[in-house]
Design a protein around this ligand. Structure first.
Ligand code: ADP
Length: 159
């Protein structure tokens, strides 16, 4: 059974993340989606809120997914879960630089765990959680970026 691990902040989960999950599930039998808990990152949503939103957004794929949180190094978590690959998404060139560094650092830590990258549908290639939060702050239309229940959660935060 091929097992992958998709880590991220998911602050909040967007259609871009969901698109990556759909693509990864064509390659992996099981995908662990892990919400990264990093006290140095200034997240809008708490760990519990992010987990809850990811669970709700990914409900249709529930049979092939395990959702949780991670407070440790991704490679260590991957090993514990029996995942062979870390799944990440690529948008523009700016993602490449960061992902390049992370992949090489992860290989130094554990060469047995590799990383695979998916590109989203073109329509999501400029979509990020940060952009979504920025639009929400100014009351813009988010209907093509995140599921309706997340629009409500964002509106509640900025109300
Ligand atoms: P992190 O803080 O770990 O980068 P994010 O939640 O911002 O967490 O992103 C998690 C992963 O999902 C990253 O690999 C990111 O590049 C990818 N991702 C997020 N949004 C998109 C998108 N619209 N298209 C492709 N990949 C995306």
């Amino acid at each position: 059974m091929k097992v992958g691990l998709y880590p991220g902040s998911f602050d909040p989960i967007t259609y871009g993340h969901i698109d990556i999950v759909e693509r990864a599930l064509k390659l992996f039998d099981k995908l662990h989606v892990l919400i990264s808990v990093n006290p140095h990152k200034n997240n809008l949503f708490t760990k519990e809120e992010r987990i809850e939103m990811v669970e709700q957004a990914l409900e249709p794929y529930r049979d092939s997914l395990e959702i949780g949180a991670s407070e440790t190094l991704t490679v260590m978590h991957a090993k514990q879960l029996g995942a062979t690959h870390i799944v990440r998404g690529l948008r523009a060139l700016t993602d490449f630089e960061y992902e390049f560094q992370m992949t090489h650092a992860n290989r130094e830590l554990d060469d047995a765990i590799d990383s695979v990258f998916f590109m989203t549908a073109n329509k999501y290639s400029f979509l990020s959680s940060n952009a979504v939060k920025e639009i929400a702050r100014f009351g813009g239309n988010l209907s093509t970026f995140v599921p309706p229940f997340i629009v409500e959660r964002l509106e509640a935060k900025y109300r």
